[in-house]
Design a binder for this molecule. Sequence first.
Ligand SMILES: Nc1ncnc2c1ncn2[C@@H]1O[C@H](COP(=O)(O)OP(=O)(O)O)[C@@H](O)[C@H]1O
Ligand SMILES: [Mg+2]
Length: 257
Amino acid sequence: MQPEPRPPQGEHLPGEDLVRADRIHRSYGAGGTTVWALHETCCTVPPGARIAVTGRSGSGKSTLLHLLGGLEQPSGGTVSWPGLGRPPRHAPGLIGMVFQGPSLLGPLDVAENVALPLQLAGTPASEAIAAANEALDALGLASLADKLPGELSGGQAQRVAVARALACRPRLILADEPTGQLDGDTGRRVLDVLLQTADALGAAVVVSTHDPAVAARFAVRWAIQDGRLDTQPAASPAAAPGAFRTPADDPLPLAAQ
Ligand SMILES: Nc1ncnc2c1ncn2[C@@H]1O[C@H](COP(=O)(O)OP(=O)(O)O)[C@@H](O)[C@H]1O
Ligand SMILES: [Mg+2]
């Protein structure tokens, strides 16, 4: 995949942080049943950043990524996107999101799913499908272009979701456990494509993972535990293999991918 850098548009401010979270927290429920998914925290994602967010299942990784992507509102504090010029809901395509769970639309085939964010951002259908096919090809998925999501394995669907996030040539990629359902080799290749595409686009990447081998490929590592984010953890996850694993985190067996 040879993506063209996205041309400057609108009020985009090149040197500004892509995301700034200022004293945000996120809780669910009320009273004695309140769950603190994210305790009060501040963090920023500068242009070109390579950040891995590590933590066990239930520690708050998905919550943090959803807040940074503007998909969820914080219970308190503010999230802003000065480097994008506008909040993500007014700037479709500037953030490429890879969701942890199933996220493909069942009635659309794979190429249409990958093309959808581009079309929502105003790209003509034929161009969007061409970009989608290019992204699918980069991930070794060209043969799946006309399949329906229901015909895919969990691992294939996860790779299609990565292709969808990259096809719109975003400035910021938020990938929530993008290799969680993949075997080691496939996961490495997916991460290769993701990082190479980000390099070509000059995009920033924030990946959540419980896998120290994935975290080790990122220059910056944030650790999250019980909703408490540490943007300068003392210990590198790479130095403590297995430290973030739980049985629930184990990938599907190869045959299921
Ligand atoms: N919609 C929700 N309602 C209630 N609790 C939630 C909701 N979403 C997440 N949580 C809780 O918030 C915590 C953090 O969840 P999550 O961000 O999904 O963690 P992770 O991605 O690290 O597994 C967990 O205790 C989870 O059960
Ligand atoms: Mg999660």
